[in-house]
Write a protein that binds this ligand. Sequence first.
Ligand code: TYD
Length: 132
Amino acid sequence: MSIFEVLEFNEISDERGALVVLEQFSNLPIEFKRVYYIYGTPKGVERGFHAHKQLRQVAICLMGSVDILMDDGKNKEIITLNSPAKGLLIDAMQWHEMRNFTNNCVLMVLADDAYDESDYIRDYNEFKGFFE
Ligand code: TYD
């Protein structure tokens, strides 16, 4: 049993290529109010290093590849995202660290609420403290 959920999106493929549909409440388990994407990440850069108290997100690697370390407070697991047909559910209270971005990586994230710095837990010891 994995500590994170990977969503497998249906690829509508024909001789013209592929198309993936993301539809709220159909194949996406979150409402989405915000979309952001990360790209142009220089070699060796690591991002993330936080959890959210409430926010739920789905990360989709549209191009290239990135490794995401997921930590639910008890266990850690690394997933490689390298397909636009896969989504990683980053649930509330899941610490995540992103590394090994390829040069061409475009990581899109759908979030179920507006940006709110007070929802972030950026201190790992504070995060661990919630599980004691
Ligand atoms: P941050 O969440 O630290 O990025 P990462 O988790 O990838 O390391 O955000 C980087 C900067 O962007 C920070 O200054 C906050 C800002 N930001 C917004 O203004 N709105 C947003 O929706 C997000 C995700 C970040």
